[in-house]
Design a protein. Structure first.
Length: 280
């Protein structure tokens, strides 16, 4: 799961909110590309993956799932490895706060954007739908304590849960989500994806329904244009567990994913620990 979502995030970073002509020219899956306006090194993941690592590390550590432990981990993973991709105001906030206590004391959790949804996929490994909803909601409330912000995060976590525990065929994913989360999740997404969290989730669902190969899924996520690194992160995390999707991400994208202390090898190790949590 973590490798796939990180590839989606890193590949999407070269296309986020880029002009459609740029996307159509360079979305070939041949290589990571440098964004025409940003300076994120090709193959580097962004805040989508980094915050997902915070969630995954909490899960494998076995510490209590509380706002305090989550806030502490969000600060920790940022400060050990500061990187581009965060919204400017949140980047400055994380740079300024010392620890989880200060985070909770000073955060304004009123966003309805995609930050809580982009990091939610590992939560799908928890055993029951109720537990997934509970934990996805709590982590969302730290930063996105709004109706749409929380629902987008819960939907993203349940997407992964649906495939991990094989709760039904891929084509019924949207209907399944509508049974458990307010939102029009079965309605197809068309056009560019803006910053609202539910938009990225809806686009990811549409791409998952339309494609049966991970390579095609990634390319389709980028083709929407807009907030495509988040769409790719959410879709590839869920798709990595689907028995109806061929796992054929291009080898050059996997091999050229960033190295370093929290790069590809670290992701592989944490992925194995995370997968071991899955109920038999």
């Amino acid at each position: 799961m973590l490798i796939e979502l990180a590839v989606g995030d890193a590949y999407g970073a070269g296309f986020e909110y880029a002009e459609r002509a740029w996307v159509e020219q360079h979305n070939t899956l041949d290589r990571y590309v440098l964004h025409p306006r940003h300076n994120i090194a090709p193959g580097s993941y962004t805040d989508d993956t980094q915050m997902t690592l915070a969630i995954a590390e909490i899960m494998v550590s076995g510490v209590p799932w509380t706002k305090e432990t989550l806030a502490e981990k969000f600060v920790e993973v940022f400060k050990r490895d500061p990187r581009e991709g965060y919204a400017g105001s949140f980047y400055r906030f994380l740079s300024r706060v010392r620890d989880g206590t200060q985070f909770l004391g000073e955060i304004r959790p009123d966003s309805d954007k995609s930050g809580a949804a982009m990091r939610a996929a590992p939560i799908g490994l928890y055993t029951t739908i109720d537990e997934v909803i509970e934990k996805a909601t709590l982590q969302a409330e730290l930063t996105h304590n709004t109706f749409d912000g929380v629902n987008a995060a819960v939907a993203a976590a349940l997407m992964a849960h649906y495939f991990i525990y094989r709760l039904g065929p891929k084509q019924q994913l949207g209907r399944f989500l509508e049974q458990h989360v307010p939102g029009r999740w079965a309605e197809r997404w068309q056009g560019p994806v803006k910053a609202k969290g539910w938009m990225s989730v809806r686009a990811a669902i549409t791409a998952l329904l339309d494609h049966s190969r991970m390579s095609d899924l990634l390319q389709a996520c980028i083709a929407f244009t807009g907030d495509v690194d988040t769409v790719s992160t959410i879709a590839l995390a869920a798709g990595s567990w689907s028995v109806e999707i061929t796992q054929d991400l291009p080898g050059q994208l996997v091999q050229n994913l960033e190295q370093g202390p929290y790069g590809r090898e670290y992701l592989l190790q944490l992925d194995a620990q995370l997968t071991a949590l899955k109920r038999a």
